[in-house]
Design a binder for this molecule. Sequence first.
Ligand code: ADP
Ligand code: MG
Length: 594
Amino acid sequence: MKSLEMKSIHKHLSIWLVVAVAAVALLPLPDFWIYQANYIGIYAITCLGLVLLTGVLGLTSFGQAAFVGIGAYSSAYMTLNLDLSPWVSLLLGLSLTAICALVIGLITLRMSGHYLPLATIAWGLSLYYLMGNIAALGKYDGLHNIQSLSIAGLDLGQGRVFFVFLWCCLILLIKACSNFLDSRLGRAVRSIKSGTQMPQAMGIDTFYCKVLIFCFAALLASFAGWLLAHFQHAVAPSDFGLKMGIQYLFMSVLGGVGYLWGAVIGAGIYKLLDDQLQVLLPVLIGTSGSYEVIVFGIAMVLILKYLPDGIASLMGQEHTTHHDPAQWKGAKALAEHAPSPSGEVVLSVENISKTFGGLVAVNGVSFSIKAGEIKGLIGPNGAGKSTTFNLITGLLRVSSGAVSFRGQRIEHLSLREIAHLGMSRTFQHVKMIPQMSVLENIAIGAHRRASAGVLAAVLGRDKDEEMSIYRMAHEQLLRVGLGDYMNEPAGNLPMGPQRLMEIARALCSNPSLLLLDEPAAGLRFQEKNELARVILSLKQQGLSVLLVEHDMDLVMKICDSLVVMEFGNVLVEGTPQEIQNNAQVRAAYLGEEH
Ligand code: ADP
Ligand code: MG
């Protein structure tokens, strides 16, 4: 119920914003405040991009102001010198921004850790000095006498009319971003922040997602720049330097970088405080100077310490959408691939090895799995079971040997490519998005079976497909017995149900082969029986399962055959009965004397 209440707060926010915009437009407020509200709207559009980039995707950028600059300068230059209409220069400016963002993104987005933020500082600085040194752009004085925007002869000016236009744009953009985050691609993007392994194992192209969001954020900034140029009637490099880049980041963090509304709240508070402090501080201190920068610095540290998710977090979770099975009652089922013919060799592992430095973690392992077979991989800790899993699924590259999946060699393919062929897995250490609901987490598994792109997502035209995805996710949720947890944030689940959720997510991708790494760890007796029932029902449908598990009762009960590993080698392979009676296994694995 919690998520429902939270959702409604945010739903009400959009209504309140529309009411507030109408009120500001109609009330006889002093022009000064309208002017300030226009700055807030422009800043908020830039921050909206930062929310997606930094808050949702987890990439910190100090360079957003540079993209504002590209939008502002290109429109200013083209309207002043080429006599183009601002609407034409908007399109050209956005195109130029897209090209720049694409080039910068393709080069820098493969960087990890602190290298990317450093790179954003680098291009933030370079663009600033570039703008300041080009004579045609007026060097550090910038460009002046830029025309106002007008629509069908109506001059938007700098006051109320511009305000209504700007804030309508902002509201529509918030709606578009919200639609996007609730879509198939949006879920994919949200799943990347806590690591790329799980999304890739679900068939998500994580690099594409990063480039996409990077360009999207740059386009929002560029649009804000276009508005700024025609609102101020002037542009200068100082509006787009590194200092401004840091301030955009500050606004977003202040408002709540994980929340779309955080962009508006942050921009609003920042602008209002900035104005007051610029007047007040010099009076208090007695000399003139940019003292507000010091106050913002201190405020940033305090916010990061005491309210790291920003002011919007006080209003609760935004993106945890409440779902009701009635929504997808009439939805079409997602297409399923034909099951493998019974007896077909689904997976064939031939003599694979993996070394880590001097350590041989997997040493010449071979086995195969037929359609409808459940194979157990057992052995003491450190035997190389998880590494074998990682080699099969493409998370690690084999040092030597071959892996074939449904007749195709796959040892050179990536995790994502292998996922697309119909192999799905869970992880020994559960990988999930804690803030997302259980149902949404499971829906990530269906990514590869759907196709809605950015445009459909932004315009909210993907709802039929979304309902099919949720119908599938809900079926898998019920199948693993998690019906009661549907709308619960996944992070609230105990360990056992989290593992079941991972299995449901893997099943959502309609795999031919399912790899489960210690699925019963942390499960209670009843849950283990339930798990055994689920795995056996998969076998009935022709699915093959490779299972790493320490619970011998479970393994002996459900597996058709077992591979026992020790020190990276296959010790013995056979039926559960044969393994139980094997003296070598009893000695090595169960610690019994010969
Ligand atoms: P299991 O899953 O059977 O407990 P693992 O496959 O996790 O065993 O580990 C096998 C051996 O490989 C262990 O000795 C482990 O320390 C080592 N190992 C696993 N992954 C790595 C890695 N990324 N780098 C170095 N050593 C590793
Ligand atoms: Mg392991």
